[in-house]
Design a protein around this ligand. Structure first.
Ligand code: NAD
Length: 272
């Protein structure tokens, strides 16, 4: 039997709890540690797995650290994680900070460990990456449509969304870089797209966020890619999701697949 990959989980909210439960059912993965900002939430766990201080994470010997807490974690600990383990950034909106993206890329490309970004709800990430590598990707727009209660937004988008009733409203339409700080929990898929489409990046990939009261049971993600000579691909992903859910059901399983895949590709920046 192969040796299980030891996974450190940083954050114990919806996604962290889902991962802990899913990992415990698998033979190819095991929990190395769990950290949470409020340690009280971890009191029911085997205390040998609880990391109280993230600067001490390496003592748990993780092969992979998975951030499922907040974009700020990468700013504070991303480079530290990458020195000792592969690092899967669950909140890739953090990379809209150009300085942070550059510094994590440098550490990932010069060391022995890889920086991994989950494809999340992004369909066709590998195709976008291939086109970006060849420089043939000329345009990319990601449109995300959700029920107003599924958004966790910052001002001024928050106020705009609070006023939505009846018909759908476009909250934002422009470069993904400007949207990430305003909707850090909702547009991880767009951030993953900006990393996959690296020839366009956060300034060149367009993000459109639509608040639609009619979407009571699903999230919708449209990917529109354009290439040379009239090449065009458009996909629509319809993901069942309860009213108020920030993350659609299928995205949890997609995230678990990313945890399984992360770590196999060596140094550098990878989508998985
Ligand atoms: N890439 C993807 O496909 C994808 C999917 C779902 C969620 N996410 C991201 O993963 C993260 C967790 O999602 P969730 O649904 O579990 O959220 P959640 O709100 O259920 O849990 C977040 C956890 O992190 C903690 N936390 C909040 N702010 C923090 C901070 N500044 N520093 C440290 N800890 C903090 C909270 O206490 C909580 O335990 C979010 O950033 C979310 O945007 C990504």
């Amino acid at each position: 039997m192969p040796i299980p990959k030891r996974v450190g989980i940083v954050g114990y909210g919806h996604l962290g709890q889902f991962l802990e439960a899913a990992i415990s059912k698998r033979e190819d993965l095991e929990v190395a540690f769990i950290w949470n900002r409020s340690p009280g939430a971890l009191s029911h766990l085997d205390q040998r797995l609880v990391c109280h201080d993230l600067t001490d994470f390496a003592s748990f010997s993780p092969d992979l650290v998975v951030e499922v807490a907040h974009p700020d974690v990468s700013k504070q600990y991303g480079a530290l994680f990458l020195k000792e383990a592969d690092y899967l950034v669950g909140s890739p909106t953090a990379l809209a900070d150009a300085e942070l993206e550059a510094s994590l890329r440098t550490v990932a490309q010069s060391g022995t460990r890889g920086l991994y970004l989950p494809a999340g709800a992004l369909w066709g990430s590998m195709d976008l990456r291939k086109m970006a590598d060849l420089g043939t990707l000329q345009g990319l727009k990601i449109t995300m449509k959700k029920h107003p209660s599924s958004f966790k937004l910052k001002s001024p988008l928050k106020e705009l969304n609070d006023g939505v009733s009846g018909s759908a409203v476009t909250l934002y339409d422009g470069p993904v870089r400007g949207l990430c700080p305003l909707a850090p929990n909702n547009v991880n898929t767009m951030a993953a797209a900006a990393v996959a489409a690296h020839n366009l990046g956060f300034d060149g990939v367009n993000g459109c966020l639509i608040s639609d009261p009619a979407l009571t049971d699903r999230h919708i993600v449209l990917v529109e890619a354009e290439g040379k000579g009239g090449f065009r691909v458009c996909t629509e992903r319809v993901n069942p999701a309860a009213v108020g859910a920030v993350t659609g059901n299928a995205t949890y399983n997609s995230f678990l697949s990313s945890v399984v895949a992360a770590g196999a590709m060596g140094p550098g920046v990878h989508l998985c």
